[in-house]
Design a protein around this ligand. Structure first.
Ligand SMILES: [Zn+2]
Length: 310
């Protein structure tokens, strides 16, 4: 369908009608679950091969048509999920990863000397992006998986075994959609109250669960409640952890909470939320995501993938 549109568009008089048609086609494609937003999975109809590779000008037309189709698909997905504005698209991952260091005031004794995982709340970047992290794993809402896939919003999960063991399969589906499953300990204890050995059991034990259930061993860990001491980071390092991200903002279903005095988003901020539903707060996970995206988009930020920057 892409090629037909491209040829028709060379007749300028029909441009408006063609765009409308393209939008309709795109919406139909999304509804049937086959739109990927790029050309990689799309094949022209039989007999159309010639036109697609004809001239550079036509290639440019084709690219522009692809861009318009992707935009229309994003707008259609946003509308389906009750968003007035389509989420902005994050820039490509950085060619050179930023150097992540521990936030001032968040260090433990000998943090650098011992090579302990950095504790940070923001990733150094000048781009208008934020990162979404979703913690614990209590609520397992299939609509959340559909919404995030449909809107193509990346996020990172920090999972605690005592909550996810009721349904490991839910998070397997999440992983299949490209989400990285990270370590949030076995039982979500207040780690500074535990011995080094007990902390290590909490962290390494969760590494084992994730490896057994999902085939990967995380390198990213978040201490429950954001509380840690030197033993936490030493244990985490011993378990194979390289990063310990906290957060700069937290989004709930009905409000935001900020760490900074300016009560605002900043480039590279890590945003925390939780797998929670109507039992825990006044709404669903899609309700929470709508609140999150509304502010992020209105302030000109896109949502990027944390692991792309680590
Ligand atoms: Zn937690």
């Amino acid at each position: 369908m892409r090629v037909v549109v491209q040829n028709d568009e060379r007749g300028a008089g029909r441009r408006g009608a063609v765009r409308a048609g393209l939008a309709a086609l795109t919406a139909a494609a999304v509804a049937s679950g086959c739109a990927q937003g790029d050309a990689s999975g799309t094949r022209p109809a039989p007999g159309q091969q010639q036109a697609q590779s004809a001239t550079p000008a036509r290639a440019a037309d084709s690219y522009a048509a692809g861009q318009r189709a992707a935009r229309a698909a994003r707008a259609a997905a946003a509308k389906r999920w009750g968003l007035s504005e389509a989420p902005l698209v994050a820039p490509p991952p950085p060619a050179k990863k930023p150097r992540i260091t521990t936030r001032d005031g968040f260090e433990v004794d000998d943090h650098e000397e011992l090579g302990l995982p950095p504790v940070f709340t923001t990733v150094p970047t000048k781009k208008k992006i934020v990162f979404l992290t979703v913690d614990d794993g209590a609520e397992k809402d299939p609509a959340f998986l559909r919404m995030m896939g449909d809107l193509k919003i990346p996020y990172t999960a920090f999972l605690s075994d005592y909550l996810i063991k009721e349904d490991y399969g839910y998070f397997k589906k999440m992983q299949a959609k490209g989400v990285v499953l990270n370590n949030h300990t076995l039982h979500h204890r207040y780690l500074p109250g535990l011995s080094y050995a007990a902390q290590k059991r909490e962290i390494c034990g969760m590494q084992d669960v994730i490896e057994k259930r999902y085939g990967t061993r995380p390198t990213v860990f978040r201490p429950p409640y954001g509380n840690y001491n030197q033993d936490t980071l030493r244990a985490a390092k011993a378990c194979g952890i390289r990063y310990a991200p906290l957060w700069d903002e937290e989004v709930y279903v009905d409000h935001w909470e900020y760490r900074e005095w300016d009560q605002d988003l900043h480039p590279g901020d890590i945003v925390l939320t939780h797998f929670r539903g109507r039992k825990d707060w006044k709404g669903t996970m899609p309700d929470m995501i709508r609140r999150f995206l509304k502010k992020v988009t209105a302030e000109g930020y896109a949502v990027a993938r944390l692991e792309d920057y680590l």
